[in-house]
Design a protein around this ligand. Structure first.
Ligand code: ATP
Ligand code: MG
Length: 364
């Protein structure tokens, strides 16, 4: 039988989606969806995972589910082609995680570099890390394998999660026989999109850090944020030579700028290399570069903002779409769980031969 091509990916409903999500994964998902190359596509709103580090703020998670769903649709995710569902509604995922927990050691989880940084960033009260948060890479393995995901389009921070998933798959299949499928990570081709930095240029753009440009930003707010962006602190006067490395404005240009943008907004330069060279030489002011970036961002985000406004007019319809998505997702996850249970031989009441064997054992 031909192996199915399945996409599984998702986002935490901890805020509206930002341009880091867009370039890191969302834009790619829309392209893959429209390529018609995939048999099934699932996008999960990871509310249960969001609760692992928002335990005191369930309302935030609840409120943001619809925000994330609106962002998906506004960017071009089409529910006719892609199943969008909410993680907590698929109880099968918890059961899978519970079995996978035995396949991973505590020290292996402690070595996960993304979890390590997130623990530092999140400043858990009294340094006490919730077990649920600590084990979320295992729950992610359950999410991916439940849907037999073969391709997972994500940003670079997810690499350790995919490695962990593949280890679990291999260990499971080794112990219980070929059951689960190893997924492949699909990272952005463009290096600037792997881990888009926040406006402050410090960490990765992240909802939890408040350093974001949101996809639904108003036109005014968008321009204000672009103007406030971190550049080269030593580039004080226009004639000073400037640095490109670590200069967030140029990183965003690397992520968003295409040759046609120069024709439209800065015809005196042929391409981004020329613009960078001028900045490095000196004589090019930050404001001019920021105005250029602002125009490009508006071109990209304007249509998304407009579509979102339209979608906001019928919120119940979006919840209905999510409800249907959850139903579809539950059926698929239940099928995998049943295969897992039978591989683990814990399907006692379905396996008559097992009961017969037991009966014989007691007759002997
Ligand atoms: P949180 O702060 O709550 O963890 P987040 O902003 O990190 O939120 P997630 O929901 O954790 O967002 O990530 C969803 C997806 O978006 C993942 O595939 C992740 O790799 C990708 N992603 C998130 N932030 C960025 C970024 N700054 N650059 C590239 N990809 C990103
Ligand atoms: Mg994150």
């Amino acid at each position: 039988m031909k192996k199915e091509k399945v996409i599984l990916t998702g986002d935490r409903p901890t805020g509206k989606l930002h341009i880091g999500h867009y370039v890191g994964s969302l834009k790619r998902r829309v392209e893959l969806q429209n390529s018609g190359e995939f048999d099934k596509i699932f996008i999960m709103i990871a509310d249960a995972q969001a609760l692992t580090d928002n335990v005191d703020n369930p309302e935030k998670v609840r409120q943001n589910i619809i925000e994330v769903a609106l962002d998906y649709l506004a960017c071009g995710i089409d529910p006719a082609k892609t199943t969008i569902f909410i993680q907590s509604q698929i109880a099968e995922l918890c059961e899978l995680s519970f079995y996978y927990m035995n396949l991973v050691s505590v020290s292996r989880l402690q070595r996960n570099p993304t979890v390590k940084t997130e623990i530092q960033m999140r400043n858990f009260e009294n340094n006490s890390i919730p077990v649920g948060f600590f084990t979320y890479p295992i729950s992610q393995a359950a999410d991916i394998t439940a849907f037999k995901g073969t391709v997972v389009p994500v940003g670079e921070d997810q690499k350790p999660m995919l490695e962990q998933t593949n280890e679990i798959v291999r260990r499971f299949n080794h112990i219980y026989g070929e059951t689960l499928i190893e997924p492949e990570i699909l990272l952005p081709d463009n290096a600037a999109c792997l881990r888009l930095p926040g406006l402050d240029g410090k960490a990765k753009m992240s909802k939890s850090l408040g350093n974001c440009i949101y996809l639904s930003e108003t036109a005014e707010e968008l321009q204000k944020k672009v103007k406030s962006m971190y550049t080269d602190p030593d580039h004080i006067r226009v004639e000073d030579p400037g640095k490109i490395e670590g200069n967030t404005v140029f990183t965003y240009l690397d992520a968003f700028c295409r040759p046609e943008h120069f024709e439209r907004y800065l015809p005196e330069y042929a391409n981004l290399d020329e613009l960078k060279a001028h900045y490095q030489r000196g004589g090019l002011g930050d404001m001019k570069v920021k105005r250029f970036l602002g125009a490009i961002m508006e071109e990209e985000l304007g249509p998304i903002r407009e579509r979102r406004k339209e979608l906001e007019k019928d919120i119940p319809a979006i919840y209905e779409m999510l409800r249907k998505g959850c139903e579809t997702a539950r059926e698929v996850a239940a099928e995998t769980l049943s295969e897992v249970r039978s591989a683990m031989k814990i399907n006692y009441f379905e396996d008559m031969s097992f009961i017969d064997e037991q009966a014989k054992r007691f007759q002997e």
